[in-house]
Write a protein that binds this ligand. Structure first.
Ligand code: NAD
Ligand code: TYD
Length: 338
């Protein structure tokens, strides 16, 4: 099986490529990635010499590059996206381009090349907040920020290709992923690395928001199952049910690293902050998917990875990240007196 993985230099894509090549000796993977601030070829160092793997630097919005990369491909897994909610609030442009128009370019090329399976990696955030019950695949989509709205746009377009053209699209909607190689703008790597550096942990609002923190390898094994057994035209929620409130998660991180709770700093809330995400993953479980990591195990695995891999995140935090951090947190931390 020759798979085109897009966005494979990012967090989930790189974990997926490493896992898939290790478990499928006869597979070949082409990784098409633009290498935005979030793309990092260091994530793929251990397989860069593998003859079954090749890398193409390119944008999924570039029809020529995409057409070339699509040749001889049996399946596409589209991870490429702009992914950070806070950045989407500051500047939605790139989100609309990559997460909607980019999906269109990929779908057109994949259809032209008669690709057998197209997995569109979406998110549980398309449902919007779930204060009192988990959402199922048939529930209404109510995305509330530019990131989740753009992801909803991308997956609706992908689904339309199944309905209109019979093109074999499968959509996954995953919960928050955590684990190795996650860019430290997302809350867990941000909090872990800040704690290691004795910097404040900027907790939005009262910290009572809740997320379902799935280990990235559990998400990757779900995508692997969808490649084999997913039904074209269907949508699959992938969440481990690892719910934890942000404030509890922050305390767990501090406790594990033996850092004082005084680092916890309540700052001005995110605009339109979704209180809770929750999904019912029984459809995925019916395909045989079973997450390996519970809540605490997933979070602690991430804590230990960042503690052991400072050489991975320290260069990131001293680069582009610094400007972003200033923009996003300086006034918040000043208002909070930190
Ligand atoms: P990430 O930000 O770590 O990586 C995104 C990758 O896509 C980067 O390597 C980047 O260079 C690449 N990319 C961005 N724009 C591109 C373009 N125009 N052309 C080609 N490559 C481009 O993201 P992630 O956390 O690994 O997320 C991967 C996918 O999973 C995304 O589609 C995201 O919406 C989805 N998802 C993520 C989570 C999560 O918790 N991280 C949860 C559910 C779904
Ligand atoms: P994030 O990792 O950005 O994922 P998402 O918003 O896509 O779920 O944020 C996870 C939760 O952590 C969310 O409730 C917002 C909160 N959060 C903070 O409290 N402080 C922060 O600095 C960040 C980045 C997030």
């Amino acid at each position: 099986m020759r798979i085109l993985v897009t966005g494979g230099a990012g967090f989930i894509g790189s974990n997926f490529i490493r896992m898939y090549l290790a478990r499928h000796p006869d597979s070949e993977i082409v990784n098409l990635d633009k290498l935005t601030y979030a793309g990092n070829l260091e994530n793929l160092k251990e397989i860069e010499e593998d003859s079954r793997y090749s890398f193409v630097k390119g944008d999924i919005c570039d029809a020529g590059v995409v057409d070339d990369a699509m040749k001889g491909v049996d399946a596409v897994v589209n991870f490429a996206a702009e992914t950070h909610v806070d950045r989407s609030i500051g500047d939605p442009d790139a989100f609309l381009k990559t997460n909607v128009l980019g999906v269109h370019i990929l779908l057109e090329a994949a259809r032209k090349h008669d690709v057998g399976r197209f997995i569109q990696i979406s998110t549980d955030e398309v449902y919007g907040p779930a204060p009192d019950r988990p959402f199922s695949e048939g529930d209404v989509l109510t995305p509330r920020n530019p990131y989740s709205a753009s992801k909803a746009g991308g997956e609706l377009l992908a689904r339309s290709y199944f309905i209109t053209y019979g093109f074999p699209v499968i959509i996954s909607r995953a919960a928050n992923n955590i684990g190795p190689n996650q860019y430290p703008e997302k809350v867990i790597p941000l909090f872990v690395t800040n704690a290691i550096e004795d910097k404040p942990l900027p907790l939005y609002g009262d910290g009572n928001q809740e997320r379902d923190y799935m280990h990235v390898l559990d998400h990757c094994s779900g995508v692997e199952i969808l490649l084999e057994k997913g039904e074209p035209g269907e949508i699959y929620n992938i969440g481990a049910g690892n719910h934890m409130r942000n404030i509890e998660m922050a305390k767990l991180v501090l406790d594990e690293l033996k850092k004082p709770e005084s680092l916890l700093t309540h700052v001005r809330d995110r605009e339109g902050h979704d209180i809770r995400y929750a999904i019912d993953s029984s459809k995925m479980r019916a395909l045989g998917w079973e997450p390996e990591f519970g809540t605490k195990a997933a979070i602690l695995d991430a804590v230990h990875w960042y503690a052991a891999n400072r050489d991975w995140w320290e260069p990131i935090k001293s680069g582009e990240f610094r400007e972003f951090y200033e923009r996003q947190y300086r006034s918040r931390l000043e208002e909070a007196g930190a």
